[in-house]
Ligand binder design. Sequence first.
Ligand SMILES: NC(=O)c1ccc[n+]([C@@H]2O[C@H](COP(=O)([O-])OP(=O)(O)OC[C@H]3O[C@@H](n4cnc5c(N)ncnc54)[C@H](O)[C@@H]3O)[C@@H](O)[C@H]2O)c1
Length: 248
Amino acid sequence: MAQKLALVTGAGNGIGAAIAAAARRAGYRVGVMDANAEAARAMASQLGDAIALPCDVTDEKAVDAALATLGGTPDLLVNNAGIVKFGHLLDISVEDFRRVLDVDLVGAYILSRAVGRGMRERGHGNIVSISSINAITPSLGTNAYAAAKGGLVVLTKLLALELGQYGVRVNSVSPGFVDGGMSTAVFANTKIRELRTNAVPLRRLGSVEDIANAVMFLASDASSYIHGQDLGVDGGLVHSLLSQIPRA
Ligand SMILES: NC(=O)c1ccc[n+]([C@@H]2O[C@H](COP(=O)([O-])OP(=O)(O)OC[C@H]3O[C@@H](n4cnc5c(N)ncnc54)[C@H](O)[C@@H]3O)[C@@H](O)[C@H]2O)c1
């Protein structure tokens, strides 16, 4: 049987790098896509037998060229690339708002569209997108990031409606507090780290591997009837609001 192929976007660092490594361990040949060319190459060479794909997910032509380099439609697509620019909605620029939407939502659409066509033709495939708990309960100041992540959950449901009949499953994962990637600086502050850890019902921060494990579960046959879902991987955080409010 031919080796399975996975494409992970934003795989040069953080959660994406952990997903790429988990996919490699699960037997996939991995396409390591990242706008940071150096990071894409370093991660691909660290994995061994992987394909570096330096590419911005918002650039349709570059994505098509990267898919040609990959050498075919992947069995697994993980839309993980994402950026955040904090600031109140009334104070940020429209340019910044657009850029975040473009990377976090439109980029996932561009990849899902290009790869989804190949999956539809072949009659199987699996797409997992990395959203955030901000899609469900947005944190003040996350502006376009939260809006994009909410859009990504709905995009997932729409793709599931379109692609299910062709044997293609589509789901998303919504991480909570993750000790790594774009949150590394946040959790370097020991006071914030302690406060946030204590807010999580499981009383620990998530690791990048916790998120990668959830992605690999959704990519595997163990989840063969799970479709169009958003899987929260947050130690119970999203559902803890009322328990954090003092009672008389
Ligand atoms: N770390 C967290 O706390 C956390 C929590 C919830 C959700 N997430 C989500 O997980 C995903 C990964 O985040 P992370 O924490 O690993 O961040 P990260 O910044 O460590 O990694 C993101 C990677 O995406 C790449 N990237 C950025 N823009 C790109 C573009 N236009 N095209 C291609 N690649 C691009 C970056 O170069 C980087 O390597 C993101 O979608 C993020 O929103 C992260």
